[in-house]
Design a protein around this ligand. Structure first.
Ligand code: DX5
Ligand code: ZN
Length: 220
């Protein structure tokens, strides 16, 4: 078993101190910085957008993993890339022409990801799997931090792993929502390569220490 990448989610960070939050993660076990973009349309919440991402990118030392929970993501891809996105993940449920959107993300020089809501089966990705750099499995319904992990995700990650292998896809499996040190090991055993964690990290007394503990738990 290979140690997964850790991607703390800024959604649970202190928005009034984003420079501080970004700088303290620079010397932490965080591999990617997960940025949740919500438009109040695709999901029933609004988080932050392009200027705030750009502000984070001024202090970021790790790749910015941008999760677009927005309608019509194709209209904003270059703006997010220009604001500092390294990885751009769009929702399967938000894209009628998903293949085109994925190619557009790659043409911008970003890693391309597709996210699946909890009700969306993994087999919808069969014909595009080989083109993807990452697949984000939502383990809560997108829109809010601090929700509890949906247990069926473990089965889903295992099924996705099989689908990726069968289709010769190099895509990393990322799990997002309700991730804690309680379910992290089981997720990695099921096939997760990247773990996103918001409240578990930022609502802990010491986020940097919490990331270090997750790292040591998962590399044991
Ligand atoms: C939810 C977001 C998640 C969120 C996870 O819509 O996509 O990235 O920040 O937060 P926790 O870890 O608190 O469930
Ligand atoms: Zn997310």
């Amino acid at each position: 078993r290979i140690a997964p990448l850790l991607a703390p989610s800024f959604l649970a960070a202190d928005f009034a101190n984003l420079q501080f939050e970004t700088e303290r993660l620079a010397n932490s076990a965080a591999d990617w910085l997960h940025c949740d973009i919500m438009d109040g349309r695709f999901v029933p919440n609004i988080s932050f957008g392009i200027p705030v991402l750009q502000a984070i990118s001024r202090y970021a030392k790790q790749p910015l993993d941008v999760h677009l929970m927005i309608e019509d993501p194709q209209n904003y891809l270059s703006a997010f890339r220009d604001a500092g996105a390294t990885n751009i993940t769009v929702h399967y449920e938000a894209c009628t022409h998903l293949h085109r959107v994925v190619q557009q993300i790659k043409a911008l020089g970003c890693r391309a990801g597709v996210a699946l809501n909890p009700h969306t089966p993994v087999w919808v990705l069969e014909d595009i799997a080989a083109d993807l750099d990452q697949v984000l499995v939502m383990s809560v319904n997108p829109g809010f931090g601090g929700q509890s992990f949906i247990p069926n995700t473990l089965r889903k990650v295992a099924a996705l792993k099989e689908l990726l292998v069968d289709n010769g896809s190099p895509a990393l499996i990322e799990v997002d929502g309700g991730v804690t040190s309680e379910n992290a090991t089981a997720l990695v055993e099921a096939g997760a390569d990247v773990l996103v964690a918001g409240s578990f990290v930022f609502h802990s007394p010491d986020p940097v220490a919490t990331l270090a503990e997750m790292r040591s738990l998962l590399s044991a």
